[in-house]
Design a protein around this ligand. Structure first.
Ligand SMILES: CCC/C=C/C=C/C(=O)SCCNC(=O)CCNC(=O)[C@H](O)C(C)(C)COP(=O)(O)OP(=O)(O)OC[C@H]1O[C@@H](n2cnc3c(N)ncnc32)[C@H](O)[C@@H]1OP(=O)(O)O
Ligand SMILES: NC(=O)C1=CN([C@@H]2O[C@H](COP(=O)(O)OP(=O)(O)OC[C@H]3O[C@@H](n4cnc5c(N)ncnc54)[C@H](OP(=O)(O)O)[C@@H]3O)[C@@H](O)[C@H]2O)C=CC1
Length: 328
């Protein structure tokens, strides 16, 4: 708590008292019930599940993309990771490769640019051939009241998330179809793709578009051997996400309080799910949307869920009042 306030002070010059006035809660820690839901760290699938497979992961240099790349590489896949920052990608690729003994290739690509996407896929074809597994994970996001959003702010996010996913999917899909090769496509969206959410309107709109794209192609391209699935993660602490969605750390506690399992998710948990959905154990899974959020979505949605706060004594009183009611 103090560390966040000190960092905030350093960045902004705002003193501690003012910080506390604007952001009265402190960064969250797990709730007691989380002891019933410990996150598994181990890789779930059998060793070698992705031997002789090529996996292409956008945004694979950081956060959840890095975790998914690590797991697929541990399971035998040759991975290609792509994003804008080649130095970050290269460092991740080297670290994962030396940990798993399997090749990880770094390819620079801004997914907003269809020409760059085409060049990236050319490079991948030379390095590894076309992929068996495609994970559209790259994204951009920031919290911002919509009345402060510029056209370029809107365009920046929707270009990365919706157009980027479409450019990658169409480029690879067409080449795979031409080569008569099947593949598993996975998109990482978010729980608010379904509900919409204020303050992240471009992201919510673009992620909803990605879901429509993937559900549509699941129907259309099954005949070419392609599966399309979606994971909707709830909050998982990564530098990329939390620095843009909770820059002060003040909202983490509120997030955790909404999650019935009492904790944030972990990158390893998403990586295991993504690996399963991309694997030969899931060849009958297509068009699926898997919400993976510790129960946060339903917890926010249910009209009466706030009654969790009612104490046993208060329940006694309320029940008596209800039972006492006669007639309509
Ligand atoms: C908690 C559970 C649910 C969680 C869901 C999480 C979903 C996620 O997607 S988290 C992923 C987060 N990771 C990233 O965002 C990584 C990549 N992000 C970026 O590179 C940048 O943040 C950005 C998306 C802005 C793109 O960078 P780029 O250099 O291409 O753009 P800029 O030139 O900096 O900005 C483009 C226009 O956007 C305006 N803008 C940027 N930041 C903000 C902000 N915080 N508030 C308002 N507007 C912003 C910027 O001013 C530019 O517009 P203009 O000035 O009109 O030219
Ligand atoms: N962490 C969370 O709580 C949640 C995350 N998600 C989703 O999970 C995914 C991963 O997010 P997370 O790991 O947290 O965040 P990160 O910021 O770490 O990951 C985003 C990645 O996207 C890449 N990227 C951004 N813009 C572009 C671009 N124009 N072209 C190519 N690559 C780009 C970034 O690399 P570079 O800068 O090198 O381009 C970065 O590696 C995203 O789809 C996000 O929406 C969903 C729900 C919750």
């Amino acid at each position: 708590d103090t560390q966040v306030q000190t960092a905030w002070h350093r960045w902004t010059g705002v003193d501690r008292q003012t910080f506390q006035r604007f952001f009265p809660s402190s960064p969250g820690s797990p709730l007691p019930q989380s002891q019933f839901f410990p996150p598994a760290k181990d890789v779930m699938l059998p060793t070698g599940s992705f031997n002789n497979r090529v996996a292409f992961i956008t945004g694979g240099g950081t956060g959840l993309g890095r975790a998914m790349t690590t797991t697929l590489s541990q399971l035998g896949a040759q991975c290609v990771i792509a994003s804008r920052k080649l130095d970050v990608l290269q460092q991740t690729a080297d670290e994962i490769s030396s940990q798993t003994g399997n090749k990880v290739h770094a390819v620079q690509c801004d997914v907003r640019d269809p020409q760059a996407v085409s060049v990236c896929v050319d490079q991948m074809e030379t390095l590894t051939g076309l992929p068996d597994v495609i994970i559209n994970n790259a994204a951009g996001n920031f919290v911002c009241p919509s009345e402060r959003l510029s056209p370029n702010g809107w365009k920046s996010i929707t270009d990365i998330v919706l157009n980027g996913t479409a450019f990658i999917t169409l480029e690879l899909g067409k080449r795979l179809i031409k080569s008569q090769r099947g593949a598993s496509f996975l998109a990482i969206t978010t729980i608010y793709a379904e509900s919409g959410s204020g303050f992240v309107v471009p992201s919510a709109s673009a992620k909803a578009g990605v879901e429509a794209l993937y559900k549509s192609l699941a129907a259309e391209w099954g005949r070419y051997g392609h599966r399309f699935n979606i994971i909707q993660p709830g909050p998982i602490r990564t530098k990329g996400a939390f620095s843009r969605l909770d820059p002060t750390g003040a909202f983490e506690k509120a997030m955790i309080s909404r999650i019935p399992t009492g904790r944030l998710g972990t990158p390893e948990e998403i990586a295991n799910l993504a690996a399963y959905m991309s694997s030969d154990f899931a060849t009958w899974m297509s068009g699926a949307v898997i919400r993976f959020d510790g129960g946060e979505y339903v917890s926010m949605a249910g009209e009466f869920n706030e009654l969790r706060r009612v104490t046993p004594d208060q329940w006694k009183m309320m029940e008596a009042m209800i039972r006492n009611t006669k007639g309509s």
